[in-house]
Design a protein around this ligand. Structure first.
Ligand code: BGC
Length: 737
């Protein structure tokens, strides 16, 4: 008994100690998991716990669209998805093929050219929010978009994914998209940085462009995306710039992006954009994706280990040819990306393919559609006065969310123009295809098997009998049209559409041309067609948006985000030799320099077919003479123009007031006009509103190649207030001291 008691007493301290241990064994949260701590502290803590191999693993793909986290520490993988017009369907681990899931049909939003054509940053905000919610719901870390490469030539197959020809407009439009997208805890990946202004030879063409054109034209939208939008990632482009691939380009990535703009996020390659380990290591790349088209062909064990930033990178680190600090910087950037997104426990849950998102798609589409011509007020169409409407053209029924390359979408629904027009006009509608584009196979456009004469004859028959013809043509998302991987072969409409239109016009002059495209096209028939509507690629709600504009339920208010030249050689980039576009297959020299888009047409006095900033309405607006708050400004000040906009017509509508500057007697070449501000003003019939547009005097600067500085010369400037780059209503002189 005593022995037993002694035993128990002796055992007490052990019980006590183990109990204490149990109390003390409460798991202590590691710093990197503690969201109350500053992100930088968490990043360095995580980094301190990682092996060199784990850090290297963060820097390259583990599958077609993902890269590793740190499984041992519970740090999740990075999952990426295209972008930019909706969240792409799931793709197989090791190939470009679709995974064939049944839960990934998204809302397709309008193409970014349409968004830019709204000239309304609020549209960018609702777009970014909605697409961000979809990406979040699908558990994506990074959405691969938006794209802000400048529209340099109408032949670029990817213009539809970008925001037009003007650095200021694209800067203003890209920022809200990014900000709202990222509120969902999904990173934007701004692309394609930089100078990826064509698809032909995009993988290697070496772009030569002056510092001035780089700074004034090609970089501002990227800069705004990083410094104002605070994008958490950016995608290097495929092409080269001054002899170095842009995915590991010292000037673009180390000096400008990370140095000048202080970008602290991750640089991701375009898929297959890395070409060299030492350059990838030293020139600012952080995550290498898509090297080789099929991850499994390079090795029987793990092909991803053979990426430039995988084992070869590790070897260089071991040899000491790459300092450890370089690896730590890359790993920190990837960790930061993960902490900002997936490891933010407060990020919302998102939502997917909702009616609200369809409404956003429709709203943006309706605001982006541009009315280019409307003789005798043929539009809007009045159902009560029309007995028969001939809808002609392949694009009236063709799904346009499919194709185009990586922005291809599997949508929850896509409403065609014909479907909605039938909804509005019922059996007054006849439909004829009129022309056929032919299928696209293995990146090639094949001739159509349909008989062109039969299609044409049917269309003419319908046109003859109809009160009005709605011709729904344009381009499509096949190769050599508006599609990644190739440029357009011709500026004219393809598939015999010009000839078909001419024949239709012989039997019916009441023709509305509805152009579905992301690019300007030649319009040899422009003088004979009374109404023209530029309707872009509009996504899930395409048909509804188009029908509401054609019937006047919505008053068009879009403005062109790029000029339409009369002919291709009118365009700056296409007016020089081959070296200027598309290059000699090795290099390309941007000879038009800073004179891109309207800067070229206006400076060279070339009349465009439709100018930048142009778009009509079903009502009329009058702008009053603007007042500036001062006549003489100093360099640190802000210029403010105040004016009155009046809707003098009978329906509500919106006008986009635009302010351009011109420097008088400049010591260097300056474009005839440069956009510095705009405002979309919504007015009821008869309503008057006072509006103002402000910009900083320093934003009137040009980039001086010699001193590598932005310069605002003292002297005289002219401010032009107008409704397109060519419709200037008033000029106001100011002076800078
Ligand atoms: C495109 C990118 C895209 C990537 C992934 C590339 O071919 O250029 O824009 O994000 O593929 O699909």
């Amino acid at each position: 008994m005593t022995k037993r008691l002694i035993g128990i007493v002796m055992f007490l301290p052990v019980l006590f100690l183990t109990g204490m241990l149990r109390v003390n064994a409460q798991p202590v949260k590691p710093i990197y998991l503690d969201e109350s701590r500053p992100i930088e502290e968490r990043v360095s803590n995580a980094l301190s716990l990682m092996t060199r191999e784990e850090k290297v693993a963060l820097c390259h793909a583990q599958s077609k669209f993902s890269s590793k986290g740190v499984a041992r520490l519970g740090i999740p993988e990075v999952w990426m998805s295209d972008g930019p017009h909706g969240v792409r369907e799931e793709i197989l681990w090791d190939s470009w093929s679709e995974a064939k899931w049944t839960n990934d049909s998204c809302t397709a939003f309008p193409a970014l050219t349409c968004l830019a054509a709204s000239w309304n940053p609020e549209m960018s905000a609702i777009y970014g929010k909605a697409v961000g919610e979809e990406a979040r719901y699908r558990n994506k870390t990074v959405l691969l978009g938006p794209g802000v490469n400048i529209y340099r030539t109408p032949l670029n197959g990817r213009n539809f994914e970008y925001m037009g020809e003007d650095p200021y407009l694209s800067s203003r439009m890209v920022v809200p998209y990014i900000q709202e997208l990222q509120k969902n805890g999904v990173a934007a990946c701004v692309k394609h940085y930089a100078l990826n202004n064509q698809e032909i030879w995009r993988g290697h063409i070496d772009v030569q462009v002056s510092d001035r054109a780089l700074r004034e034209i090609y970089l501002p939208a990227f800069k705004a995306a990083i410094t104002e939008g605070k994008a958490w990632s950016i995608m290097g482009s495929y092409n080269q710039f001054r002899g170095e691939h842009c995915c590991h380009n010292d000037l673009l990535l180390n000096k400008i992006l990370k140095g000048e703009w202080k970008f602290d996020g991750a640089v991701i390659t375009d898929w297959g954009g890395a070409h060299n380990t030492m350059q990838a290591a030293m020139n600012g790349l952080d995550i290498e994706m898509g090297t080789g088209t099929d991850g499994m062909t390079r090795s029987i064990t793990n092909a991803y280990d053979n990426y430039y930033l995988a084992l070869p990178f590790l070897d260089e680190l071991k040899k000491g040819s790459v300092p450890e600090s370089v690896l730590n910087d890359k790993a920190s950037r990837v960790l930061r990306l993960i902490f900002r997104t997936t490891m933010n426990s407060k990020r919302p849950y998102g939502s997917f393919a909702t009616p609200e998102h369809a409404q956003v798609a429709r709203k943006v589409a309706e605001e982006g559609i541009v009315l280019l011509k409307n003789d005798d007020n043929l539009l809007p169409l009045d159902a009560s006065k029309l007995k028969s409407i001939a809808v002609i053209g392949e694009n009236a029924t063709r799904p346009m969310t499919i194709g185009g390359g990586s922005s291809n979408l599997k949508t929850h629904s896509e409403i065609s123009p014909l479907q909605s027009l039938k909804g509005k006009f019922g059996n007054k509608i006849t439909y004829a295809m009129g022309y056929a584009s032919g299928p696209s196979a293995y990146g090639r456009e094949l001739p159509s098997k349909l008989n062109a004469d039969t299609l044409r004859a049917e269309a003419i028959r319908n046109a003859k009998k109809a009160d009005v013809v709605i011709f729904v043509g344009g381009l499509n998302k096949n190769h050599f049209q508006d599609c990644e991987g190739g440029d357009r072969k011709t500026y004219n409409l393809p598939f015999g559409q010009d000839q078909l239109l001419n024949e239709i016009l012989k039997v019916n002059s009441n023709v509305v041309v509805l152009l579905i495209s992301g690019n300007a096209v030649a319009m040899p028939w422009v003088g004979h067609v009374p109404a023209i509507v530029q309707a872009w690629y509009l996504g899930s709600e395409a048909g509804n948006a188009i029908a509401s504009v054609l019937t006047g339920e919505v008053n068009p208010s879009g403005k062109l985000p790029f000029s339409f030249p009369v002919k291709l050689t009118d365009c700056g980039a296409n007016s020089f030799d081959k070296l200027c576009y598309p290059g000699d297959s090795i290099k390309e020299v941007y000879k038009e320099d800073i004179l891109v888009g309207y800067r070229w047409y206006d400076t060279k006095n070339i009349t465009p077919l439709f100018p930048f900033g142009f778009g009509m309405s079903y009502t009329n607006f009058v702008l009053s003479k603007p007042l500036t708050d001062k006549k003489i400004y100093t360099k640190g000040e802000t210029v403010k123009l105040t004016f009155v906009v009046q809707n003098t017509g009978k329906v509500a509508g919106a006008e986009v007031a635009q302010v351009y500057i011109t420097q008088k007697n400049a010591p260097v070449l300056r474009p005839a006009k440069e956009l510095k501000g705009f405002k979309k003003v919504f007015l009821k019939a008869g309503e008057t509103q006072t509006a103002s547009i402000s910009f900083k005097v320093k934003d009137m600067a040009y980039y001086d190649d010699k001193t590598s500085n932005w310069v605002v010369d003292a002297g005289e400037y002219e401010l032009s207030l107008g409704t397109s780059s060519r419709d200037i209503k008033f000029m106001a002189p100011i002076q800078v001291k």
